[in-house]
Design a protein around this ligand. Structure first.
Ligand code: SF4
Ligand code: MSK
Length: 651
């Protein structure tokens, strides 16, 4: 029960969500904001200065208070085993990289398994949709596209190619030595040479995660720079490995996104329809739920229960996946997951993995909503239903899930209150789409984008991504940062919950160019007919941003490496370990990357200085932190200007 009424405007900038928070307060329903008020973060833990990796601790080593004049400065404590703050903070940071990388890579594993089953014709409901992309990946993996020689030369079927490719990609998970294919073939040549010189080329997806866990066990790696070195190798295996593989194989299976119109915010729910929320990250089952929701038999069944139809809507990155491929509306980002249920209109919330509150299980008891978990790795104690997905019975499982939602439609008991806010968005800017729209076929890929950057109409590129964080005003940092960037002619590439925040604000429409952009960027957007903020997808689709950056380098005129580009990255409301892995692979790729909301290494000034300054001389990219999102945007712009000056394209 919420104890006191807090102004909802201090919690979220989204009027639809403010309305739902007011309902929660009026009805005594607890949300994440109420729990956050009660749970004050541990100051030592939030600095990364608490070690609990052995039972002699936990050992707390926060920086000592600055001595007053005349007092002797106290030294920073060390752990019982003598571990310094640098070691302890670096170990905690490294474990975040490992967990984040593991999440993305395990996502890729599921996709790769499905891909194999589809290739062998054992996964009904799926197909190899993008044959062009399949062949492009096969070329990278040295899978032959044809057999025979001369006149006997014969193209191989896409199934034959996919069967061989599946074996090769699955082998990379347990690979012990050598290099990952995408890391060595898709990053710019100069970057690959740099990584080889630094000995940070990843060897195998699983190996890099396991090695972080070993190195950060009690009494192993106790040299902070050496720990960060392995973070770099592991993060590259995420961005230029697991995430990239998940993205690419999903495109083969479900289609490479092209621009499509969608709707966003809680107003996408419909009172007279069966509402099904898809929440999580892996689009394997959601793809089939979407297909089943259009099945005339299912629609008839919904009508037989008194509903006019079936409305799917998404939350978090499963939302981004089905939004950009099918235009399925997105209801909310991370912090809106409880608020969607509080409408009273959600008949089922279907979850898979990552970013789902355990609190959903108790919240659904206040309403009629069925919380359906679908992944054996992601059960929730007290869930109302578990319908496990498996590759071999996809359509059947999708229909079963939908049937549960339809059967639940007549059980609505709380008054349905659906906010009216609903905004259109244009999404689906895969790397290929951007290349097509901004490249042109005559002068080659990205030539026109590069031309615009060189000519100064576009000042640079900002990748703004990542989560919501209940410790900040919901969506405020996302929107303030993005608006500051586009006002200053920086085109924004977005994914994850930032993309959803931008959709809800109307920033993903071509009209936003007139309202919010500087003259140069507005001119480009109007000419090409694109929004100034380009939705590139989900969390794993941050790999698309890497590929776009590599394509810009290849197109010429902007240096030889990603670190030469006038570009910067940010996660203004980050909260998850995945964000740290993503941030570190951007840094490792040569990108200046700034986070807001919180920074997890302030427990060691030396380590923080190494991440913020020391890494630049090694990797060309570095971390930064700034609480104020507008100031953070200005720092990104300053970095972009520094790179422009180095390229001699200063205005
Ligand atoms: Fe303390 Fe060392 Fe054990 Fe960490 S590893 S809990 S610093 S004794
Ligand atoms: S969903 S990881 S809150 S972006 Fe990918 Fe949003 Fe962050 Fe989850």
């Amino acid at each position: 029960m919420a104890e006191e009424v807090v102004k909802v405007e201090s919690r979220t900038v989204d009027p639809a969500e403010q309305q739902m928070l007011k309902r929660a307060q009026a009805e005594g329903i607890e949300t994440i904001w109420d729990r956050a008020d009660k749970m004050k973060p541990c100051p030592i833990g939030s600095e990364g200065a608490c070690c609990r990796i052995c039972s002699q601790g936990p050992c707390r080593v926060p920086p000592p208070k600055k001595a007053k004049p005349g007092e002797e400065q106290k030294k920073q404590a060390v752990g019982v085993c003598g571990a310094t703050a640098e070691t302890i903070v670096a170990r905690n940071f490294a474990r975040m990289v490992a967990a984040g990388s593991a999440a993305h890579t395990d996502h890729a594993r599921g996709v790769a398994h499905l891909f194999k089953e589809v290739a062998h014709g054992r996964a009904p409901g799926y197909e190899l949709k993008d044959a062009g992309k399949l062949r492009a990946i096969a070329r990278d993996y040295d899978v032959p596209l044809s057999v025979g020689e001369g006149d006997d030369k014969k193209s191989r079927s896409k199934e034959e190619i996919a069967q061989d490719l599946a074996e090769k990609v699955l082998a990379e998970f347990g690979q012990q030595s050598g290099e990952l294919v995408f890391s060595s073939k898709r990053a710019p040549k100069k970057r690959v040479e740099l990584w080889r010189g630094l000995d940070v080329m990843p060897r195998g997806f699983d190996r890099e995660v396991v090695e972080i866990m070993h190195r950060t066990h009690m009494g192993v790696d106790q040299d902070y720079k050496n720990i960060i070195h392995q973070c770099t190798r592991c993060a590259i295996s995420d961005g230029w490995g697991g995430s990239m593989l998940a993205t690419e194989l999903q495109d083969v299976l479900f289609g490479t996104p092209v621009p499509v119109l969608g709707d966003s915010n809680l107003g996408v729910l419909k009172e007279d329809h069966v509402n099904v929320i898809i929440h999580g990250h892996e689009p394997l089952l959601p793809e089939l739920i979407n297909a089943a929701s259009q099945d005339p038999e299912m629609l008839e069944y919904a009508k037989s229960k008194g509903a006019k139809g079936i409305q799917l809507a998404g939350i978090c990155c499963s939302a981004n996946e089905i939004l950009m491929r099918h235009g399925i509306p997105v209801a909310a980002n991370f912090l809106g997951q409880e608020l969607a249920i509080i409408t009273g209109a959600v008949d089922a919330m279907v979850v898979d993995v990552q970013c789902q509150f355990q609190a959903l299980a108790s919240l659904v008891k206040c309403f009629h909503t069925k919380l359906i978990t679908t992944d054996e790795r992601g059960r929730i104690e007290g869930e109302t239903m578990y319908i496990p997905f498996d590759d071999h019975h996809g359509p059947e499982i999708a229909r079963k899930v939908l049937k549960e939602a339809i059967d639940n439609f007549p059980n609505r008991r709380a008054p349905v209150i659906i906010p009216e806010q609903k905004y259109p968005c244009v999404v689906g800017f895969s790397m290929e789409t951007i290349r097509y729209l901004l490249g042109g076929s005559i002068r080659g890929s990205y030539y026109t984008l590069n031309d615009n950057i060189i000519g100064g109409r576009v000042r640079g590129i900002g990748g703004v991504v990542g989560c919501n964080n209940v410790r900040t005003l919901h969506d405020n940092a996302h929107l303030s940062m993005v608006k500051e960037l586009i006002k200053n002619d920086v085109v924004v590439l977005t994914t994850g919950c930032n993309a959803i925040a931008c959709a809800k604000e109307g920033l993903l429409t071509p009209e936003a160019a007139i309202k919010y952009c500087g003259a140069g960027l507005a001119e480009v957007c109007e000419t090409v007919g694109i929004p100034p903020v380009l939705h590139m997808g989900s969390c794993v689709d941050n790999a698309r941003i890497l590929l776009a950056a590599a394509a810009c380098v290849r197109a010429g005129g902007l240096g030889n490496d990603i670190s030469d580009l006038p570009a910067a990255g940010a996660a203004p409301e980050w909260m998850s370990e995945k964000a740290i892995s993503i941030g570190h692979y951007f840094v490792s790729s040569g990108v200046y990357t700034i986070f807001s909301a919180a920074w997890p290494t302030t427990g060691s000034e030396i380590l923080t200085d190494y991440l913020f300054h020391g890494l630049e001389s090694e990797l060309g990219g570095m971390w930064d932190f700034e609480l104020d999102p507008v100031v953070a945007a200005q720092k990104m712009i300053a970095h972009i200007d520094k790179k422009r000056a180095a390229l001699g394209i200063d205005k």
